[in-house]
Design a protein around this ligand. Sequence first.
Ligand SMILES: Nc1ncnc2c1ncn2[C@@H]1O[C@H](COP(=O)(O)OP(=O)(O)OP(=O)(O)O)[C@@H](O)[C@H]1O
Ligand SMILES: [Mg+2]
Length: 266
Amino acid sequence: MLDFPIESTKNVFEVRGVSVYYKNFEALRNVSMKIPEKEITAFIGPSGCGKSTLLRCFNRLNDLIPGAKVKGQIYYHGKDLYAPQVDPVEIRQKIGMVFQKPNPFPKSIYDNIAYGARINGYKGNMDELVERSLRQAALWDEVKSKLRESGLSLSGGQQQRLCIARAIAIEPEVILMDEPCSALDPISTLKIEELMHELRSQYTIIIVTHNMQQALRVSSMTAFFNVIAGEDGKRSGYLVEYDRTEKIFSFPQENATQEYVSGKFG
Ligand SMILES: Nc1ncnc2c1ncn2[C@@H]1O[C@H](COP(=O)(O)OP(=O)(O)OP(=O)(O)O)[C@@H](O)[C@H]1O
Ligand SMILES: [Mg+2]
């Protein structure tokens, strides 16, 4: 494993010996990795290996799950993300998230975007923010004539781009995406991937995906996670290998990675 994943880039996060527990169950064991700035990092691996669990550590979303506990350290720009003085609500403004199932608010398209900005006391021109965010999410042309209609009236792919626009509107630094295309058709998926290409110059993105081709197409770094059975028969997730995407897919160090990326897994 490379110590600094990509030469000459800064790291936004450094994960040191992180284990995550749900009550007594160790869902994720001893993960260490660095997430480079303004790159796309993909998390891949079989169901239950802890990809979503780790993703939620980066914006402290596990704080909201009763019984969830994070051990080890995560540094965000060198500062301990879990230090007592850190406000998780502020963190979630800098580190936005897009989920598997598009989840627009039951509000107008306009208000979906404006809502978070209003809560944050945004002082700028709201119409401009809405337009800019929708343009960045490649949705503007499709919705500009119906901004007052419900976000729920859009197609699944449009709803997901609306959710990305909503995340962008808060002007985050990092966008976490948990299988953002798994509920979408191939054309909508392609649009989201193109969008990610556009966003990569401006944002640090971490994406969980079950789609190998997608990881290969969009990411520059890939982390492969697997599950290991403990003595009690419970299965914990762990990080097998983390490297440049082309290396993970062409010359992985570990057999398990090779089997997974070539589809021989399980
Ligand atoms: N809220 C929770 N309470 C208890 N256990 C949980 C909770 N969320 C996840 N787990 C368990 O933690 C382990 C890791 O789950 P996680 O959802 O992170 O896996 P994943 O890699 O995202 O899987 P998938 O690919 O299916 O989404 C699993 O064994 C899961 O059952
Ligand atoms: Mg998951």
